[in-house]
Design a protein around this ligand. Structure first.
Ligand SMILES: Nc1ncnc2c1ncn2[C@@H]1O[C@H](COP(=O)(O)OP(=O)(O)OP(=O)(O)O)[C@@H](O)[C@H]1O
Ligand SMILES: [Mg+2]
Length: 255
């Protein structure tokens, strides 16, 4: 089992879109996937057509009051499972922060899944703010998937997340935490800027940047309002094709 945090402290860069799409594409490839919505905004939850009800999130598992599997539900696709989010999760930050082992709550909650592997991959859709939830997700992860929007300030923003990864490594929470891959999102091939940003990222991150860029696509932005991953909403469109290609690159790297 491999735990992947889909993280970037910058808002609106495509974390949730990438989490849902990657999870669905992996499930389509026959991998068993658990997507945990670690964001109180609950965008991954509603994006999969799951109603935002109270008391359904990872909140109680974080506090040690429930097992991690207790709230796991079907994700609308064979092999795909979801642990939704709710507004309660925002409160969890406060309660978790009081615990001495506040950074390791999610890692501990996921331990039973590591001990008896139920899933091939666990994806953590992170909130944009650097808080207890995001740090828990990083500390619980084996690797980080970093979605980066193709825009001017992209490179400046990523030094923050690489700094956080370093911090998690040094505090011993996860001594070999590293970036799994960088997904370039909302790529607009008509602009020179987008190409320049991708080149800059490749110079900085080398082969960690997936060859496939995710194009800006209206269908990708519509999919959440239909509660479906892009591979079901617009299976043959450019968004689905691109995320399938990124998934293939990801799986190839797993060896
Ligand atoms: N490739 C794309 N083409 C067009 N729209 C996109 C694309 N990727 C994401 N979007 C849209 O951009 C917005 C932000 O995307 P998303 O919610 O995935 O980002 P996020 O990083 O999870 O945001 P937050 O930081 O708030 O959690 C959403 O409305 C989404 O539908
Ligand atoms: Mg999000």
């Amino acid at each position: 089992m491999k735990v992947l945090a889909v993280a970037n402290q910058k808002g609106g860069v495509g974390k949730t879109t990438s989490s849902i799409s990657l999870a669905a594409c992996l499930a389509e490839k026959g991998k068993t996937v658990l997507l945990i919505d670690v964001d109180p905004q609950a965008n991954a939850t509603s994006g999969l057509g799951i109603p935002k009800t109270s008391g359904v999130s990872v909140c109680k598992a974080l506090l040690g009051e429930e097992g991690i599997m207790q709230r796991v539900i079907a994700g609308g696709l064979d092999n795909l499972f979801v642990l939704p989010s709710d507004s309660e999760l925002a409160m969890a930050e406060i309660h978790v922060a009081r615990r001495e082992d506040y950074l390791l709550r999610l890692r501990s909650a996921l331990q039973p899944l590591r001990d008896s592997p139920t899933f091939d991959f666990v994806l953590l859709d992170c909130p944009p703010s650097i808080g207890v939830l995001m740090m828990n997700a990083l500390a619980a992860a084996d690797r980080v998937i970093l979605p980066v929007q193709c825009e001017y300030y992209a490179l400046e923003g990523v030094s923050v997340i690489t700094g956080l990864i370093e911090q998690i490594r040094q505090c011993g929470a996860c001594s070999d935490l590293a970036i799994e891959g960088v997904i370039m999102t909302m790529y607009d091939g008509r602009t020179r800027l987008a190409e320049q940003v991708v080149q800059d990222m490749r110079q900085h991150f080398g082969d960690l940047v997936y060859r496939t860029c995710i194009p800006r696509s209206v269908r990708l932005s519509e999919a959440p309002s239909h509660g479906k991953p892009i591979i079901l909403y617009d299976p043959a469109g450019p968004g689905a094709v691109a995320y399938r290609q990124v998934t293939a690159e990801f799986l190839k790297r797993q060896g």
